[in-house]
Design a protein around this ligand. Structure first.
Ligand code: SUG
Length: 453
């Protein structure tokens, strides 16, 4: 037998945190900007996410959950010079800059595709599964995620003989890293030595290279290649591609808004990459086997339709029954061009057998679709046995987490509410309980002995 180990793809979805709100923090992400003053419903947001997790679990997928970060980030606000009681810190931060308070209160860790880049043990030199939390330097509210994210990933994958945890890359735009949103692993079977496909927005050290003009390139080539080195990937099994700068300027702020891949299928828009044909060739060469490229023509789905429907922010799943499913947000059904394209795609049997459609509007309104909400981790049987099994979805955990949300979450939060110290207390109470439910230990600062209150 070629592969003595059996591997599966597990999806770890971010549980939406209690401070979910719309603050317009992400320039270049059209949904975030246009929904800035809307009321958010954290309770509904968390339940929408849990429903997706449960459905995938019911279909036989390995589904996990990643705990939200603790927000507001009081430690960050104190480092920035706000002092006194927690209530004073919130009040003074809001007086100084409501946007700063919103940034330190964002529930943006729900988009776990940005939590880290993950390389399975079948691809790495030392045979361990590697994680690098993304530095997310391009947006302040996201740049303050990586330390807590790293701690949570440690608490989930806590065995050095199987799991290697790296620090985030240097906190500089030269090494802007957005994690798995810009990384795809292609292979025939999960146990294979797969191809790491890294998509970057710009080469930071090359002033003459093409770059977007209007919106930032959040991922650099320098960051992607550093991760390929630190994870010990074989250079013959790594392909780099530059995202088309024009589509970044149209609002495609991550590669996972224009392309998704799984196993030997790459589903992408015709305008996704610079030198697209050469990218396909390099991928096919690195795979050494057939790559099924499903390219969506601009004529059928314009870039603006791809962005508003989030067609490519879909999950491509290999179901245990052998079918390939595309998990799309409801917005795809509601967009006539996209809906029409998808109906033909399924009818033509080009490698995607069925659609699974989810209501994720609470996340979508901040620019986060089905794929943003999950971090993929390809795991061997041994690694599954070694990890913290309390974070794996099952019928009981689904019930428990729904009840937990019901007990602790508000059904309406405006960004003006972030000043309210009781929202902070509610959030900390909820997360403290969650760490017990998920067996995470004391991963949050507020749980440390001597934490300033
Ligand atoms: O980083 N939105 C997130 C959305 C991330 C989507 N992730 C992927 N495509 N993988 C972002 O732009 C908006 C927060 C606000 O405006 O309140 C926000 O952070």
């Amino acid at each position: 037998m070629n592969h003595p180990l059996s591997y599966v793809e597990a999806n770890f979805d971010g549980l939406v945190g209690p401070t979910h709100n719309y603050a317009g923090l992400s320039g270049g992400n059209l949904a975030s900007l246009s929904n800035k003053t809307k009321a958010a419903n954290p309770k509904l947001a968390a339940k929408e996410g849990l429903k997706k997790m449960k459905t995938l679990h019911d279909l036989g997928m390995v589904q996990g959950v990643i705990a939200p970060l603790s927000r507001p980030d009081l430690g960050q606000l104190r480092e920035l010079g706000f002092s006194g009681t927690d209530a004073n810190v919130l009040k003074n931060a809001a007086k100084h800059s409501p946007a700063l308070l919103a940034a330190c209160s964002s529930a943006s860790s729900m988009w776990t595709a940005n939590a880290a880049t993950v390389s399975p043990s079948s691809d790495t030199k030392d045979g361990r599964l590697h994680f690098t939390p993304a530095n997310l330097v391009n947006k302040f509210h996201r740049s303050i995620e990586h330390q807590q994210t790293g701690r949570i990933l440690h608490a989930m994958f806590n065995d050095e003989s199987h799991f290697a945890h790296h620090k985030a890359l240097p906190m500089s735009n030269y090494f802007g890293d957005e994690g798995a949103a810009n990384h795809t692993r292609l292979c025939q079977n999960y146990a294979d030595h797969g191809v790491g496909f890294f998509v970057y927005g710009e080469r930071a050290f090359d002033n003459n290279a093409p770059k977007p003009k209007l919106y930032p390139a959040r991922q650099t080539f320098e960051a992607s290649s550093a991760i390929a080195r630190t994870h010990g990937l074989d250079e013959h099994k790594v392909v780099y591609a530059q995202q088309n700068p024009q589509v970044i300027d149209a609002g495609v702020f991550h590669n996972d808004v224009i392309a998704v891949g799984n196993r030997n299928v790459l589903f992408c828009h015709q305008q996704a990459f610079l030198n697209q044909d050469s990218v396909y060739q390099q991928l096919t060469d690195a795979m050494g086997e057939t790559l099924n490229i499903i390219e969506v023509p601009t004529q059928q789905v314009a870039i603006s339709d791809a962005i508003s429907s989030y067609l490519f922010n879909s999950q491509l799943l290999s179901l245990p029954n052998g079918e390939t499913a595309l998990v799309v947000p409801r917005e795809c059904e509601l967009n006539p061009n996209v809906n029409n394209y998808l109906n033909h795609l399924i009818a033509e049997s080009r490698g995607i057998d069925k659609l699974l459609c989810f209501d994720l509007k609470q996340s979508m309104q901040n620019g986060g679709g089905p794929a943003c909400l999950r971090l993929r981790v390809v795991l061997s049987d041994q690694e599954r046995a070694a990890m913290n099994s309390s974070v794996i979805m099952n019928d009981t955990l689904f019930e428990t987490l729904n009840q937990w949300v019901e007990r602790h979450y508000r059904d309406q939060v405006y960004s003006q509410d972030l000043i309210d110290p009781s929202l902070m207390t509610e959030s900390q109470t909820a997360l403290d309980e969650l760490t017990q439910l998920l067996n995470l230990g004391s991963v949050y600062d507020f749980q440390q002995i001597g934490a300033v209150r």
